[in-house]
Design a protein around this ligand. Structure first.
Ligand code: 5RP
Length: 228
């Protein structure tokens, strides 16, 4: 069984009729949105979704999931999203799919934020996955120069069409991928990077997730809880 599907199906057990739900982005979130669509279609559930990307919005709309804008509420009941890496504190690297800003806004607004991932995403230390940093395009080379002071490889992400054009997020931002290999203090790094002029947000999600659902090849799942 696809371990991402196993994790996403388990997450559906935490959803209740009537909830306002943040809908993540990525191949694991796709399975969750599919499952939620089935609840709406087959059981007539009256949930409302807040998609974290245009891709997720299109998928949810096609499945008939009613959608609202995040600014229509002050809190969501639940948010379900994937991750690129997660550690035992449930600190995360996210943004491999470029949606980190909306994903963080939605996770921060949720009463409960549950992460779904295949078991390979669970790490002792974060950083092997390049850390995405969303920056303002205006003067981006100057922001990139500030980021390069960390002495790690930092590349502006390119779009998918091989034309050399930059990747542009749904909010019109560029992404710099920083290759730390190993992040010793992820909370401190998030604070430092976020305080930098030109940086809008960072793909480190600290203290936001309350549960991590890991899916395995044989279809079983394991739930890790945040200690505090
Ligand atoms: C998108 C993300 C995704 O949650 C992350 O990249 C994991 O993706 P996948 O579920 O495809 O492994 O942060 O910005």
């Amino acid at each position: 069984m696809d371990p991402k599907l196993a994790a996403a199906q388990k997450a559906l057990e935490f959803v209740r009729d009537g909830m306002d739900i943040g809908l993540g982005t990525g191949s694991t979130a796709v399975h969750f949105i599919d499952g939620l669509g089935a609840k709406v279609r087959e059981l007539g559930w009256k949930v409302r979704g807040v998609p974290t990307s245009e891709r997720s919005r299109v998928q949810a709309q096609q499945l008939g999931i009613p959608l609202i804008d995040l600014s229509e509420v002050t809190q969501l009941d639940l948010a379900i999203d994937g991750a690129d890496e997660a550690d035992a504190d449930l600190s995360l690297i996210k943004g491999g799919g470029g949606a980190l800003l909306r994903e963080k806004l939605v996770a921060a607004a949720a009463h409960e934020f549950i992460v779904v991932a295949d078991s390979s995403k669970f790490k002792t230390t974060l950083g092997a996955f390049p850390l995405p940093v969303a920056i303002v395009p205006f003067g981006w080379t100057t922001t990139a120069a500030r980021l390069e002071k960390y002495g790690v490889e930092a590349n502006r992400r390119l779009g998918a069409n091989a034309s050399g054009e930059p990747y542009i997020t749904d909010d019109g931002l560029y992404i710099i991928d920083m290759h730390f290999d190993r992040i010793e203090d992820s909370a401190e790094l998030e604070r430092e990077l976020k305080s930098m002029t030109g940086v809008v947000d960072v793909g480190l999600f600290i203290g936001l997730a309350s549960k991590l659902i890991l899916g395995f090849e044989d279809g079983h799942t394991e739930i890790k809880l945040r200690a505090s």
